[in-house]
Design a protein around this ligand. Sequence first.
Ligand code: ADP
Ligand code: ZN
Length: 294
Amino acid sequence: MRIGALEAGGTKMVCAVGDENGNLERKVSFPTKTPEETMPVLLDFFEEQKVEAVGIGCFGPVDLNKKSPTYGCITSTPKLAWVNYNIVDAFEKRVGVPIGFDTDVNGAVLGEVCFGAAKGCESAVYITVGTGVGVGVYVNGGLLHGLLHPEAGHVLVARASEDTYAGKCPYHPNCLEGLAAGPAIMERWGRPASELAEREEVWELESYYIAQAVTNYILTLSPQKVILGGGVMHQEQLFPLIRAKVVKMLNGYVRHNAVIEEMDHYIVPPMLGGEPGIKGALVLGRNAGQNIVK
Ligand code: ADP
Ligand code: ZN
């Protein structure tokens, strides 16, 4: 099958064409402007490529409920031009093929489950720590939606007693995104995260917040693999710090070898590098084309 994949982000739209096995044939990016400016470019691309289905992993929040009249809409995004824009509808009307649709991070976890670090897992989480924190959740062989969809980047964490930074999230003074995403690191320490590699205290604190969230995801979702991606995780020294803190926080309660002896293979970076999102979108398209619901 010739499948179109779109990783729709707040700054760029990554478009690709590929097959059922995750092979990408073409990949191009367009800047995210307004829907009026950007959508015709995307629709032209996929129409020209003669795809038989399209999968979209989308920035959000989005409406994923197929029974809702606003299914396929980007809902309350800070990208104001896109608020209430129905991206699925636009594709259905113009490209006229089955459209798979999910959040960008659910796309990313699906990519890693099908082709990457969580291959073969029934349950896995993908956490991106970048401009924001997003969490894709795959449980019992399917992507988790629920009431709206998980917003686990905003889980509340206990503040380190020495941390006087107010937090960057306008909703929550103590959420993971507000305390640990790239912009929070920059505001707290006065320099971009990428320039703070040598500052041990930065990564001690960062790993303390990420480890709390990961511990909670392990306790609630029981993932078989925890994948940590996004720009901030380029600081590879975070991985051993997070693993050690998670072990300490779990304190022996979860009795499985994955979290006792095999931590190095349990909390891992994405295996697909920069491509879990676009490859996941490909799977969303494949599933839509084959009428697979999960
Ligand atoms: P986005 O979340 O917008 O999709 P990224 O995942 O690339 O994009 O995240 C961007 C954030 O990651 C920025 O806040 C940036 O400061 C941070 N970042 C990018 N590269 C690095 C790096 N090498 N080390 C630490 N932080 C980084
Ligand atoms: Zn928040």
